[in-house]
Structure formats: structure tokens, C-alpha cells
Design a protein around this ligand. Structure first.
Ligand SMILES: [Zn+2]
Length: 460
């Protein structure tokens, strides 16, 4: 049965300060309730400061990486009301969508908006720690374009790789929380709340799809509901009804003026981001690369940036030849040796690949990874290294072979006759004879061809 999966993903934006006050956004390793002020603890009479510009820039960055367009309207901050111990002012401030209509590796992005994180409530003992309260989050909402738990895992990994690489989001673990929507053909949509790791998303989906499939098989109805995922028991279970009722009574926050995103701000941010959808276009249109190379280049943002640099700087070469070396051999060496991207000297890599391409037709293909590994790890020159290691196939002097073949054919009349009478073995015998006279051994196929030509020319 086919599954339809969509996400609401919360990521922590990488900023120095919280969203509406000056407290530090970095609350790790701090004693509980030491990273707080009247604003982020919602004390009576406190009002939010204007939103942190760094957070706004980073949420736009997230949107651009996901191929979104800016939402060119006045964007209001809203109060989303709910009552829970982690939220002392009884509403969470969340923005309207800042970025809309994206596409990231085939999954459509509905919108990205900004919101403040609540504190942390420990259900077991009732403690609340407000160090996190008011730190900025981006919420990414996808369309239900994901088809399986495996697809979900691979896609989320790529998403975090790109977002972390761009430094728009915090890299520490625990910085991801996902609400997962899943339905299978013929059933209602079920939401799994607050899954906090990519593996957790994968496991909760495995369980939930199996549960829904079994219910449909025995003829039960799947009802629309919200569940939570228990990673210890590895099951999903219904949330209590009262938590399920979402009546947030959204109203625009009268303490905050709406914002507008200008073109110049977008242009400024665009300059240093790596959006796979944009790069796919460049690789296709400018470099005319084959699809399988493009997909390999896009799998890792650091690798992509490195390869774009190489493609840009190698001028007089077919980009597909360059991409072949990059995606096959360079990528394999990086993976196998855990080489860090920053250890690779870009300009040197360009020169070395240019050098390597000059001998590509003569080099033993099985030795290419060894050559690339020597040039990446030990700064060896690929041509000198290949010569030193005798990886180059020898150039053969065809005229010399022909004269030897002629001599052998005159002296080996029996073998020639055997061959003419249809004994195929005689040919291999003749090839061996010629080989034994040559110091540099060419491809036996070359000799076979020459012998055949000579026999036909002389004896037919
Ligand atoms: Zn504060």
C-alpha cells in the first residue's frame, strides 16, 4: 500500500541572541534558569523587543536553500495560544510564512516561518527550565510528497546536511524536532508529534505504516488523530484528547510591527548560499553534465562546492570527463579515507585533474583510485606518480610488430596452414610466438588483428 508522508520540521536557527530579547541563544551547559530575562520568561508588563535580524536572515537562508520564494506581503507576528507549563505568557509568538513554494530534492515545500521556542518542561518532576525559551526556530512545512520511511530518512539527512553546511541552523544534536503526517491509501491522516531524531522519524514511520496497513486489512477504519512516538518501546500511541484539540486562537501580536522582505535583503543573502535546485540548473545548462553525475555531485554540499570550483577552473576540457574523475575516484577516496574537505587544496586539485586527464587514455583504469589517492593525500603529481608506479600502458610501435609477424608467419608454415584449415588454436599459438619476441607487451588483441590481416593478405 502506498504511503503519503509530510513533515513539519523545527530547526534551531544559528544566532547569537534570542528572538525577542538579548539573552544568549546558546543555552547548552548552563545551569537551569540562568539564561533568562523578564521578556523570555513572559513576566507581567514585559514586551518583546523588535525581532532579531540575524534570525530573520537565517530563516530566509533556509527558505532559499529549499528553493522557496520570498513571501512579498506584510508578514505579521501572531500569538498562538495554548496553556502548558513551558509557556508562561500562555501564547507562543510565531510569524506568518516568510518563504513559500519551494522544492528540495523532489519534495515540495509549502512554507517556512519563524517562531520562538518554549522552555523545557520535565514531566516527571514538574521542573521547567527557561534557558531555551525565546530562542529562534524555523518551521519548515512540506507537502506530503514522501513515499516511504527510507525515502524520509534519506531526504531528511540531505536537508540537515545542506542546512548545517550553510550555518543557517545550529549543528548540535537535539536541534531537530519533526511532526510527521502519514496516511496510506484509503485511510485518514495521522500526525505523530515531536519526533526528535532522523532515526526516530524512520522508526516511527515503520511502525505507523505497519499499524495502519494491518487495520485496513482487517477492515477497521483509521481515524484522524494525533499520536506520539515512544522511542524506547518503538511504538506510536494516541495523545490524550485534550492535547489533541488545537484551538490556538491566533491573533496578530499588537506589540510587534509586521515586517516586509525587500529584494535587496534577498540578494544579499543569496550571494553565499548553496541551493541544490539552483546548482542542478547550472550543472545541466552550463556544464551539460550527464544526469548521473549531477545526482552524485548534489549528494553532499561540501563536495558540490568543491566540484563547482573545479569545473569552473578547468577550461579546455569536456566537463563530463572532469565529472567522471570527481564523482568516481575523488569521491571514493574522500569516503574511504575520511579525508576532510577543508584539507583539500582546491587549486592544486584543479591542476592535478588537468594533468591526470592528459594521461587518462593510457592509464590502467584499475589504478585510477590509487593515483587520485596519492595526489589527494600525499600531494603527488598524477603523471609522475603513474610513471613511477608503471601504471601507464606502453605505446606500441605497430611497424615493429608487423615485421615480427611477417618473420614468424614465414617460419611457422604448419601453424598458418592449420589456421587456414579452421583450427582456431593455431592462432593463439602464433600470438604467443610474436609476444615472446616483444619486450614491451601490447594488448594481445592488437597482435591477433595484425596476424589475421597478414595471413589474409599473403595467403589468400
Ligand atoms: Zn531573555
Amino acid at each position: 500500500m502506498k504511503a503519503k508522508i509530510g513533515f513539519e520540521i523545527h530547526v534551531q536557527l544559528n544566532t547569537k541572541q534570542k528572538l525577542f530579547c538579548r539573552c544568549s541563544a546558546d543555552y547548552t551547559d548552563k545551569d537551569p534558569n540562568t539564561n533568562i530575562c523578564p521578556i523570555c520568561t513572559g513576566q507581567p508588563g514585559s514586551k518583546p523587543m523588535p525581532p532579531n535580524l540575524e534570525a530573520i536572515k537565517n530563516v530566509i537562508k533556509v527558505g532559499l536553500i529549499l528553493g522557496c520564494k520570498p513571501n512579498h506581503v506584510r508578514i505579521y507576528f501572531l500569538r498562538k495560544h495554548y496553556f502548558y507549563p513551558d509557556l508562561p505568557k500562555n501564547y507562543q509568538i510565531t510569524s506568518e510564512p516568510l518563504m513559500v513554494d519551494g522544492n528540495f530534492f523532489g519534495v515540495k515545500i509549502r512554507e517556512v516561518h519563524l517562531e520562538e521556542d518554549p522552555g523545557r518542561y520535565d514531566l516527571r518532576n514538574g521542573y521547567v527550565d527557561f534557558n531555551r525559551s525565546g530562542t529562534p526556530l524555523a518551521e519548515i512545512v512540506t507537502e506530503p510528497d514522501i513515499e516511504s520511511p527510507e525515502h524520509a530518512k534519506g531526504w531528511l539527512e540531505k536537508l540537515f546536511l545542506y542546512l548545517k553546511y550553510s550555518r543557517a541552523i545550529r549543528a548540535d544534536p537535539g536541534s531537530i524536532r519533526v511532526d510527521v503526517n502519514v496516511s496510506i491509501e484509503g485511510g485518514e491522516r495521522v500526525e505523530i508529534k515531536n519526533v526528535n531524531s532522523i532515526d526516530g522519524v524512520y522508526r516511527s514511520l515503520k511502525y505507523e505504516i505497519l499499524r495502519q496497513t494491518r487495520m485496513l486489512i482487517v477492515g477497521k477504519r483509521i481515524k484522524r488523530e494525533t499520536r506520539h512516538y515512544d522511542d524506547e518501546k518503538r511504538i506510536t500511541a494516541p495523545l490524550r484528547e485534550k492535547e489533541d484539540i488545537a484551538d490556538y486562537r491566533y491573533i496578530p501580536d499588537p506589540d510587534l510591527i509586521p515586517i516586509e522582505i525587500s529584494e535587496s535583503l534577498i540578494d544579499n543573502i543569496k550571494r553565499d548560499i548553496l541551493s541544490p535546485i539552483e546548482y542542478e540548473k547550472i550543472l545541466k545548462n552550463k556544464y551539460n553534465l550527464k544526469e548521473n553525475y549531477i545526482q552524485k555531485l548534489l549528494q553532499n554540499p561540501e563536495f558540490l562546492e568543491l566540484c563547482i570550483y573545479v569545473l569552473k577552473n578547468i577550461k579546455k576540457e569536456d566537463p563530463n570527463r572532469v565529472a567522471e574523475i570527481l564523482t568516481n575516484h575523488v569521491w571514493r577516496v574522500i569516503k574511504d579515507t575520511n579525508l576532510e574537505f577543508h584539507q583539500i587544496k582546491n587549486l592544486q586539485l584543479v591542476r592535478n585533474i588537468e594533468r591526470l586527464l592528459t594521461i587518462l587514455n593510457r592509464v590502467d583504469r584499475n589504478k585510477l583510485c590509487d593515483i587520485v589517492s596519492a595526489m589527494l593525500l600525499n600531494s603527488e603529481d598524477p603523471v609522475n606518480y603513474a610513471k613511477k608506479k608503471r601504471y601507464l600502458l606502453q605505446e606500441v610501435d605497430k611497424n615493429k610488430i608487423i615485421s615480427i609477424v611477417k618473420e614468424i608467419l614465414t617460419s611457422e608454415t604448419k601453424a598458418v596452414n592449420d589456421y587456414l584449415n579452421g583450427k582456431k588454436k593455431a592462432l593463439s599459438y602464433l600470438v604467443g610466438k610474436v609476444m615472446s619476441r616483444l619486450e614491451i607487451k601490447p594488448n594481445p588483441k592488437t597482435i591477433t588483428e595484425i596476424i589475421k590481416e597478414e595471413i589474409y593478405r599473403t595467403y589468400r
